[in-house]
Design a binder for this molecule. Structure first.
Ligand code: PAD
Ligand code: ZN
Length: 357
């Protein structure tokens, strides 16, 4: 089968013929039909991360179960599924207390992608830039026939992270003021999550006009081009001079995380969704942090319980309450995966999706 392999950081992916190992107990094999291209994948190309090349990227995948390994009863061949990333063991302290996005069980140590003696790293236990994957069956959420498969793919990361950020990580309430710095594939979903939760103001901040226009369709009430104006001042101007109740940073840069903190009102919360580099830090004035009563909140995977929350998001989609199709600006073949990354880098797409035969 074909897979896109990152052989070395900061080089283009190469399409290779590789194999899957035999199914281990608890694993299922999924024929991938769609895989979104998330900025996190790009971070693994450009930065040093715990996932070492040769690496198969892709963590926003969906498809059909092809086969199941010993002991698997939760899914069966033919089921349409979206694939959660990271560990979801169902047994650790965090899984048992409903915080399975914090699951501490290591990803399986055995190889799943192989070619003779070669072993390939599987990003976040998924690696959906491949025609087939072996994954933990406990990471699969079944999706209904009516849900287009590319929408199922986006529910594996961007949609779920963005919606969850607003109502699982924090609790945006009717009338709250919200600003979202960075309205790409994930930030756009923070915008629609905040609008759905009843925020009175949803201020979208980006550098790309097209993204801001789309954010308006997703429920933004005010648009701020950070290239033209001081985003922090503008957010304050739009929130009675106080700053917003919640400011979400969905880029992953120290400067914009600091902006999110500065643009939050006293007693408000800066929510860090963007993934910064592991060697980067942000400084806060300690006197101000204490006096302002502000909170800085990390957000991983929208703090969701995927098995409970993704079906709720699917219902919202099927009832026309959230948009997913409109996020997909372009579709690519697996062979065009580098073009998909170029489009993401250039800010041309809200989400690009790799579609498989
Ligand atoms: P994206 O590239 O689609 O969106 C980023 C947006 O930020 C783009 O629209 C840019 O134009 C905009 N932007 C860049 N610089 C600025 C700036 N200085 N001011 C305003 N806007 C700017 O990426 P994405 O939405 O796929 O991912 C966004 C981040 O979220 C990224 O760091 C990714 O790794 C992270 C992420 N986190 C989780 C999680 O679990 N927390 C999940 C998925 C992605
Ligand atoms: Zn992602």
């Amino acid at each position: 089968m074909k897979a896109a392999v990152l052989w070395e950081r900061r080089t283009p992916l190469k399409i290779e013929e590789i194999d899957l190992a035999d199914l281990e107990p608890g694993d299922a094999r999924v024929k991938i039909q769609a895989s979104g291209v998330c900025h996190s994948d790009l971070h693994h190309i450009n930065r040093e991360t715990p996932f070492k090349p040769p690496l198969i990227l892709g963590h926003e995948g969906a498809g059909v179960v092809e086969a199941v390994g010993p002991g698997v009863t939760s899914v069966q061949p033919g089921d349409r599924v979206t694939i959660m990333f990271g560990s979801k063991c169902g047994n650790c302290h965090f899984c048992n207390t409903g915080e399975d996005y914090l699951c501490t069980t290591p990803l399986p140590g055995y190889p799943r992608f192989i070619r003779k003696e070669e072993r390939f790293t599987q990003l976040l236990g998924v690696g959906s830039f491949a025609e087939y994957v072996n994954v933990s069956a406990s990471n699969l959420v079944k999706v209904p026939e009516e849900l287009p498969i590319e929408c199922a793919a986006l529910l594996a990361c961007g949609v779920t992270t963005g919606l969850g950020a607003t109502t699982s990580t924090v609790n945006v309430k009717p009338g709250d003021t919200v600003a979202v710095i960075g309205v790409g594939g994930v930030g756009m979903n923070v915008v629609q999550g905040a609008a759905l939760a009843g925020a009175s103001r949803v201020i979208a901040v980006d550098l790309v006009e097209r993204k801001l226009e789309l954010a308006q369709q997703f429920g933004a009430t005010h648009l701020v081009n950070a290239g033209d104006t001081d985003a922090v001042q503008e957010i304050k101007n739009l929130t009675h001079g106080r700053g917003a109740d919640y400011v979400f940073e969905v880029i992953g840069r120290p400067e914009t995380i600091k902006q999110a903190y500065d643009a939050a009102r006293n007693g408000g919360t800066a929510v860090v969704v963007g993934l910064g580099a592991s060697d980067e830090e942000v400084g806060f004035n300690l006197g101000e942090l204490m006096r302002s009563g502000k909170a800085i909140q990390g957000c991983f995977y929208g703090s969701v319980r995927p098995h409970a929350d993704i079906p709720r998001y699917i219902d919202l989609y099927l009832d026309g309450r959230i948009k997913i199709d409109q996020l997909i600006s372009r579709r690519f073949k697996l062979e065009q995966v580098n073009e998909a990354f170029d489009a993401l880098k250039a800010g041309e797409v809200a989400r690009g999706v790799i579609m498989y035969e």
